[in-house]
Ligand binder design. Structure first.
Ligand code: AVJ
Length: 324
């Protein structure tokens, strides 16, 4: 597994900085570039993770509840792609809610390997799955799945099934997404299966609302990055001088989230000063959207064979089974 994340991100110099450095180094690098940018992975401190949970319950944010419905409705069909004694390896587990649906529907699964950057949260979630499903070996790995990590030795001889729900792959630039899938295939081994959740291109108004909700929760989630820099990196961002911007970019087929400076100003963070023009933005997240065909093409280019796809009635979201 050691090679996974290094290679995942190697195609893009801009992501190389994010992959290899500390938060401080990343901020100095990203805010020093033009246009300014920060990696979406830094949203998820304790406050950011709680805000994301709140986002998943918003009426406008359809992805989570749609994916849960597909998983619940199709659990038996999806389970048919999981081999006997398989280990389910989940990349970037936040909550174990989605994995539990597959674990419940798949008595043939012998091990569950949730991989997440937040060690404390992961330990709690792992303990709770262990309590509820004593037949399964729960082997958490506390790691940033976009960086180096090793799979537990205990699953060396078991068939591996990757699980990557939530359309998290949409946060990767498409070439990085392909590289991630290719490396995941090499690590999981030939014959491996991957179950991936992918958000679909749809009516732009629906997309825009999902990332710019009426209650302003996504705005707080985005602005929390400034709070985090203030706290962890001695920043002096004045939150009242920045605003949340989110919109669908139809050319690049992605939602973009930005933090827009409402005036010309100088900010100090991580021991450096940065100038902002009035209206200048920091690009904080891209959330790429795919069609079923465009995601299948991406997976195929990464060495995976599309084996099945499930979607909801409105075709808002898709779950793909891939074979390596
Ligand atoms: C967790 C990356 C899938 O892109 O929809 C939600 C994150 N950002 N609202 C997404 C997010 C703003 C989410 N992912």
């Amino acid at each position: 597994m050691a090679a996974l994340a290094r290679s995942v991100l190697r195609y893009s110099a801009r992501h190389e900085a994010a992959a290899s450095d500390s938060f401080a180094d990343h901020v100095i690098y990203g805010l020093g570039e033009s246009p300014k940018w920060l990696s979406a992975k830094y949203f998820y401190d304790a406050a950011g993770s709680a805000l994301f949970e709140e986002i998943t319950r918003l009426p406008e944010y359809y992805p989570t509840r749609t994916e849960l419905k597909i998983l619940n409705d199709r659990a038996r069909e999806i389970s048919a792609f999981i081999p006997l004694a398989a280990a389910l390896v989940e990349f970037g587990t936040g909550s174990t809610k989605k994995a539990r649906i597959l674990l419940d529907a798949s008595p043939q699964i012998s091990a569950y390997v949730p991989v997440d950057i937040s060690a404390e949260f992961l330990a709690q979630e792992a303990a709770s799955v262990r309590r509820d499903m004593p037949r399964i070996a729960v082997l958490p790995v506390a790691a940033d799945f976009t960086r180096d990590f090793d799979l537990p030795a205990q699953i060396r001889n078991r068939p591996r099934v990757g699980f990557f729900p939530g359309s998290t792959i949409g946060n990767f630039e498409p070439q990085d997404a392909a590289e991630f899938l290719r490396q995941a295939g090499r690590i999981l081994g030939s014959g491996a299966t991957m179950i991936v959740g992918i958000d679909l291109i749809k009516d732009e108004a629906v997309l825009n609302r999902a990332y710019d909700d009426a209650a302003g929760v996504t705005a707080r989630f985005n602005l929390n990055l400034l709070t985090r820099m203030n706290r962890e990196l001695g920043g002096d961002f004045d939150l009242s001088t920045f605003r949340h911007r989110a919109f669908y970019n139809a050319v690049d087929r992605r939602i973009e989230m930005h933090l827009e400076s409402l005036r010309a100003q100088t900010v100090t963070v991580a021991g450096r000063t940065f100038q902002f023009r009035n209206g200048e933005t920091v690009h904080t997240e891209s959330s790429y959207k795919y069609t079923i065909e465009s995601f299948r093409a991406l997976a195929t280019s990464a060495g995976w064979r599309p084996a099945a796809v499930w979607t909801d009635e409105r075709h808002y979201f898709s779950m793909h089974a891939l074979k390596f």
